[in-house]
Write a protein that binds this ligand. Sequence first.
Ligand code: SPQ
Length: 429
Amino acid sequence: MESVALQTGISSLNGSISVPGDKSISHRSVMFGALSEGETTISNFLPGADCLSTISCFKQLGVDISQDGPTVRISGKGFHGLQQPDGVLDVGNSGTTIRLLMGILAGQEFEASLAGDSSIAKRPMTRVVHPLREMGAEIDGKNGGEFTPLKIKGGTLKPISYELPVASAQVKSAILLAGLQAEGATTIVEPARTRDHTEKMIESFGGKIERQGNTITVKGKQALRATHINVPGDISSAAFFMVAAAITPDSEVKLLNVGLNETRTGIIDVMKQMGADITVDVLTTEGEPAGNITVRTSKLTGTEISGDIIPRLIDELPIIALLATAAEGQTVIRDAAELKVKETNRIDTVVHELTKLGANIEGTDDGMIITGKTKLHGGTVSSHGDHRIGMMLSIAGLVAEGEIELENPSAIDVSYPEFFEHLSILTQS
Ligand code: SPQ
């Protein structure tokens, strides 16, 4: 199996980098560009494997898209211009692609098949299948539609009022995308606030959407207009270097133009709560807010992370677990059972891999308990094919003594193809 020797025992991290474009926003900008009328341009698009899967699915649906690194041009087809794909739509490793695409396909007159890699095959699809069936889509798949491969035959949709059983932006977004094609108003109630990039994107493309507390309402049959989307840097990617700077001696790292949407900034709140030396300079508050984040070596203490903050940092919990190994005392993570249905079971993979490096960490039914501070040591670890586990372990290496071999590092290409290059910039300056 492919593996790489990680940099370990680093004496300091310094410098500034621009992390790549936000993955969630990049996916949505392609989808809304395809569904609107006219030519949409995207700058700072994330050319990671997941977002490239979204582009290739829309090409298969007959949309003309040109992509050159972070620059994308889309000739929008409107809601009625998509074509039946020739073969199976391959979503690769991307949960966002498959779940949001199902919301779009639910309103299309043709039949399409969807599948992805072995990780996608284990991820639950019932959460989107149920509400979309309720709206009128015909969906079939493995175990009655619980898992991929899936077949979907869309058509005329009716609006629904739906209380989300789990706090999931993907489920919310799939229903909103179907709701935009239904006759009348669709209402969704979230148990806790999740990332609202779809809502913001609807507004950027000239549509209307309302929110009152945790209730969101969208009217169907709105025409969307092409626009220009400038994607801010991904805070979920910046998180790895934010934690790296906090736990490595003599460090100061500045992350430029990072998205600061408050539905995504739970990591900043938790790092501050743990005592991290972190400064945020806001650059823009229009649409998707963005700014520069500076983090310096910090003296950290353990904390409790639970409740409504969880959806605001769900993808950062693996790197927060590493942060907690460098904090004095106990860190308890609760209410995060959703971690079990990500690219891997992220409770099991984080606990298993960090234990190999000497961390004092225990998995629970809905989170983890980490007791610090521990000095990490060498070993052979694996990403398990999960980009966020691969990056977390690479950052663990910086503060570990001894040699570390990381198996399957290429999983990182899903969301951060330049990760090792950026890490070298910071370790060499
Ligand atoms: O796209 P995918 O594979 O689901 O990606 C992940 C990630 O770690 O990059 C989750 F594994 O992010 C999800 C996130 O956890 C992206 C996302 C979105 O763009 O709407 C929402 C979250 O998932 P969910 O299931 O809570 O809606």
